[in-house]
Ligand binder design. Structure first.
Ligand SMILES: C[S@@+](CC[C@H](N)C(=O)[O-])C[C@H]1O[C@@H](n2cnc3c(N)ncnc32)[C@H](O)[C@@H]1O
Length: 239
């Protein structure tokens, strides 16, 4: 591998390679998240029908917040993550269930090679901000190759909608709202996110998505930070 390729396994910001962190992830996140509600809201946002006929990749699947629910509705699920300890937690949740339509792969946005047919839907939730912008664009091109033409890309992540000149006030305000909803521990995590991870401006991400052969069908955000994109692959770009 070339020496200049970004090492996506090095974990910027919050360390998801830590077993201790992975074990606590669901308990901590479920103090302010409802995975099932999030999943149903995503299905509605994307206006998905006949999900039992669809194949899906969940990139940055973590402990399976989305993948576990996806197994109940979709034909086939590929859960991909660079953290083997996060994947272990996802597998643990499924161990008591009689489920055979999910495959977990220890790889990432840049290293995953989808060897099967392109999928109908690619989901990435709370993970894309781990790549710097140059590598986000490369990852989007790789996603283009993993999705069939007409298929859907769903991105859920922290994206900055504000005018750059207002950054201090906007970020401080968002962090204090987050602290109220999720508590002091998550205040620290959000500070780490802003400082050490790679969330970017909406106008940048919009351009990247479009340059990677997708049309943005819909984009929504309640707080102008946490943002959902419904994108459709309109052009095949081979890389
Ligand atoms: C905040 S967690 C989100 C997990 C899950 N999607 C959820 O909604 O709870 C971020 C996940 O992204 C993964 N991740 C970080 N960089 C990645 C990369 N380059 N490729 C794939 N996954 C990555 C981490 O290992 C971690 O499991």
């Amino acid at each position: 591998m070339s020496n200049w390729i970004y090492d996506e396994y090095k974990h910027c910001g919050v360390d998801y390679s830590s077993e201790e962190h992975a074990k606590k992830y669901d308990t901590e996140h479920q103090t302010f998240r409802d995975y099932e509600k999030e999943f149903n809201s995503m299905i509605e946002f994307l206006s998905l029908k006949n999900t039992h006929e669809l194949e899906v990749i969940d990139l940055g699947c973590g402990t399976g917040a989305t993948s576990v629910y996806a197994t109940k509705q979709f034909k086939k699920v590929y859960g991909v993550d660079i953290s083997d300890v996060m994947i272990s937690q996802a597998k643990k949740k499924l161990s008591d269930m009689d489920i055979s339509n999910i495959e977990f792969i220890n790889a990432g946005f840049l290293s995953y090679e989808h060897k099967n047919e392109p999928v109908d839907l690619l989901i990435t939730k709370a993970a894309f901000h781990h790549l710097p912008d140059f590598w986000k664009q490369i990852a989007l091109l790789k996603m283009n190759n993993m999705i069939r033409t007409g298929g859907i890309l769903y991105i859920h992540d922290v994206v900055f909608h504000f005018d750059a000149a207002d950054y201090k006030e906007k970020i401080d305000n968002w962090i204090s709202i987050f602290e109220k909803n999720a508590g002091a521990k998550f205040k620290e995590e959000v500070e780490t996110h802003i400082r050490d991870e790679y969330s970017t401006f909406k106008w940048i991400l919009d351009g990247m998505i479009e340059r990677a052969g997708f049309r943005i069908e819909n984009c929504r955000s309640n707080d102008e930070f946490i943002t959902e994109y419904h994108c459709v692959k309109v052009k095949n770009i081979k890389i």
